[in-house]
Design a protein around this ligand. Structure first.
Ligand code: NAI
Ligand code: MG
Length: 354
């Protein structure tokens, strides 16, 4: 089981260290090899996704990533920014399916800003398309144009999806719904955007092949509202890259902290990249404050989806439940009466529970 380890920037190295301690404690036959991605790669090589990283990622079975980015790289040209490294590795590995569970652990019911009765027991899965949409569409840019108000700058991007791209992500979502509670909600903006009209048509056509899945559609603005009004109405949600980016962050907050949420990004053969849903949290980097649980739970998803080690995945997930029940909390999920620990202290607690 060859794992490419990309700690990245900000809190990335701190949270990755804890995830690796947990994986090593399982005593499975892993080989770990580290490489640079993001701002650290820009500093070392000038390229956010260097060739050596590309090669290692391609020859590994799975990639475990911390997070990339930070204010010190925000003034670089877009092509050199850390986020480009992220988009590049997703594209290189063909990781078109991003799976983001939002689960509310009972111990954290008060960590959510929503009323406990609205979120208690929440367990939804957002399936976000990851390699298409307006984030990759051409043409794009900022340029001078005569707009009728004289020559001025215009900014533009292109929202584009092909039929095959929609089909393959919808298939992942339908199959996920089959394994869960059999409900799939497809989110679009078909009243305004042709691209998402095609999305709705194709997802609807495919419903015939999944008679055991109950399909519904929702416009993205309503979906944003329903996620805070009554999130438990959802089981699996499927949507495009941009809407999924926003909705999955919104869903993550229902659970109290983005520091708890893992993610998997898969290709057609279950090769995957696993990373926490949050970013590099520069505001708390280097202070032993970051919550490592999202990264540790991402490692569990890696064992489940790429390596089919369901037992080991559950051992990690149960250890996380144990430490929450024992009252250990990092700052992002702390409440009075619990035990505040740092990044490493949380890793210690998970290891002890394992
Ligand atoms: P962020 O997720 O890094 O931070 C948002 C807030 O959540 C901050 O207050 C942060 O302290 C907190 N937070 C995040 N992760 C946490 C953890 N594990 N434990 C405790 N608190 C945590 O998002 P932000 O601030 O918008 O972006 C910061 C940088 O990260 C930017 O450069 C951005 O581009 C990058 N980024 C990278 C991502 C990735 O690597 N996949 C995803 C999102 C942002
Ligand atoms: Mg995001």
């Amino acid at each position: 089981m060859k794992i490419c380890v990309l700690p990245g920037d900000g809190i990335g190295p701190e949270i990755m260290a804890q995830a690796l301690r947990v994986l090593r404690a399982l005593d499975l036959d892993f080989s770990f090899e580290e490489a640079l991605l993001g701002g650290c790669a820009v500093d070392a090589t000038g390229d956010p996704f260097p060739e050596a990283t590309r090669r290692l990622a391609l020859e590994s079975d799975a990639v475990l990533l911390g997070a990339v980015g930070g204010p010190q790289w925000d003034t670089l040209p877009r092509e050199q920014r850390p986020e480009r490294g992220l988009l590049g590795i997703r594209k290189t590995l063909g990781l078109f399916a991003n799976l983001r569970p939002a689960i509310l652990y009972p111990e954290l019911a008060n960590a959510s800003t929503l009323k406990p009765e609205v979120v208690a027991g929440l367990d939804i899965l957002i399936v976000r398309e990851l390699t298409g949409d307006i984030y990759f569409g051409q043409p794009r840019g900022i340029e001078l144009r005569d707009t009728g108000n004289g020559n001025e700058r215009v900014g533009y991007n292109t929202m584009i999806y092909s039929e095959s791209e929609i089909r393959r992500i919808a298939k992942v979502a339908y199959e996920a719904a089959q394994k869960r509670n059999g409900r799939l909600c497809s989110v679009d903006k078909m009243n305004v955007l042709e691209c998402t009209q095609l999305w709705r048509d194709i997802v609807s056509d495919m419903a015939r092949d999944y008679p055991d899945v109950q399909l519904s559609h929702m416009l993205v603005d309503n979906a944003a509202m329903q996620l805070v009004r009554n999130p438990k109405q959802f089981d699996v949600m499927v949507t495009g890259n941009m809407f999924g980016d926003i909705l999955s962050d919104e869903a993550s907050m229902l659970t109290g902290s983005i520091g708890m949420l893992p993610s998997a990004s898969l290709d057609a053969n279950n090769k995957g990249l696993y990373e926490p849903s949050h970013g590099s949290a520069p505001d708390i980097a280097g202070q032993d404050k970051a919550n490592p649980l999202a990264t540790i739970l991402s490692a569990a998803m890696m064992l489940r989806y790429t390596f089919a080690q369901e037992d080991a995945a559950q051992r990690i997930e149960n250890a996380v439940k144990t430490v929450l029940a024992q009252g250990y909390r990092t700052g992002d999920i702390y409440e009075p009466g619990t035990t505040l620990v740092g990044t490493r202290g949380m890793g210690d607690a998970v290891l002890a529970a394992l």
